[in-house]
Design a protein around this ligand. Structure first.
Ligand code: NCD
Ligand code: ZN
Length: 347
């Protein structure tokens, strides 16, 4: 049995850091293990312009813990009034690594998202020209579409037409949750990739709803039935470069999760690597872990792999982690994978 594993320092290609006291409270949970993260722009108000991204990056840098060389990679929130020239200039100066598409109303803080795809055509064309990836929240928002079908309907009715209309556009389908998502990305050629979260490798919809409602397992896209979870585990551990880690670690204070209308989001920054090591071990795929967390994403984003290594050691005693991270904004419950974690990240 493998007892120790050294991998290049990992990246998180989909992370919510929020702002203010929450940012300050959750950032160390990511910088402890990750060298870089792609920071989602769904603040209130969202990060829309290059100037917004520059200011947000400064607020993040200001609270990076002492001694950390963590690099926040910024994204812009695509709106119907986004200026293609502003996006291109931000990409050119290395300020942003991607633009994020939220269909209006699809998830937390997505009210400024896109309703009319014709309105963003010029931005998408410019992005295709310069090779800047579009990160896509792949769910339709039509209330008549069942929430468990929103990803597969999005692929057929939005994503495929959008990619056909914009040849050369590089797309990351974020946090895929279905076998249809896996199949679509596999068939899509070199211009499409997908992130997979930690929690979607663990949860199916029974975990959320059977035997009582578990608000800390509710996220968007919502976890699907078991066959989809198994497809995601197979994809993540396959060694294919088109699949890489985006945790979608999405902190909300407990008061807003444990609520009559609870927020969507699982907070996995703290224990993602120990959980993934266990998943990859269970799948007989530990050698594929480094590709998933440290190489495939950097390659798609055309960035160098991180310098330095991170070592995971399998110990006899399980990790002792707190149930909650106490932030200045309030307590945030850490994702519970439902099994003990024997893989420890060593300093
Ligand atoms: C995210 C959040 O809270 O910002 N929530 C979630 O459930 N994943 C938004 C998102 O990525 O959809
Ligand atoms: Zn997200």
């Amino acid at each position: 049995m493998t007892e120790s594993l050294s991998i290049p320092r990992p990246d998180d290609w989909h992370l919510h850091l929020r702002d203010g006291a929450m940012l300050q409270g959750v950032l160390p949970e990511t910088t402890r293990h990750f060298a870089r993260a792609l920071v989602m722009p769904n603040l209130v108000p969202p990060v829309v312009t290059a100037a917004d991204a520059r200011a947000y990056r400064e607020r993040i840098r200001a609270v990076v813990p002492e001694g950390s060389d963590f690099t926040p990679l910024m994204t812009l929130y695509l709106t119907e009034s986004t200026d293609p020239a502003d996006v291109a200039a931000a990409a050119d100066e290395g300020l942003i690594a991607a633009v994020k598409l939220y269909p209006a109303g699809a998830t937390t803080n997505s009210d400024s998202g896109v309703r009319d795809f014709a309105a963003v055509r010029a931005v998408l064309e410019r992005m295709a020209e310069i090779g800047l990836p579009l990160c896509v929240h792949g769910e339709v928002t039509d209330p008549s579409v069942d929430i468990f079908d929103r990803e597969s309907v999005f692929i057929d009715t939005v994503l495929e037409p959008l990619r056909r209309a914009t040849p050369g556009l590089r797309v990351v389908m974020e946090h895929i949750t279905t076998s249809q998502g896996v199949d679509y990305v596999r068939a899509g050629g070199p211009n499409i990739a997908a992130t997979i979260t930690t929690h979607h490798l663990i949860l199916n919809r029974n975990h959320i709803l059977a035997g009582g409602i578990r608000p800390h397992y509710y996220c968007l896209p919502v976890a699907k039935r078991e066959s989809h979870r198994l497809a995601l585990r197979e994809a993540a551990t396959s060694g294919e470069a088109r699949f890489f880690l985006g945790t979608d670690s999405a902190p909300h204070i407990d008061a807003l999760k444990e609520h009559a209308c609870g927020c969507a989001g699982c907070f996995t920054a703290t224990n993602t690597l120990p959980i993934l090591a266990q998943v990859f071990e269970d799948m007989g795929a530990l050698p594929q872990l480094e590709g998933f967390v440290a190489r495939h994403g950097a390659a798609f984003y055309r960035l160098a792999q991180n310098a330095g290594t991170l070592t995971l050691v399998r110990r006899a005693t399980p990790l002792a982690l707190p149930d909650k991270i106490l932030t200045g904004a309030g307590p945030v419950t850490l994702f519970d994978p439902g099994f003990p974690l024997f893989w420890h990240v060593t300093p």
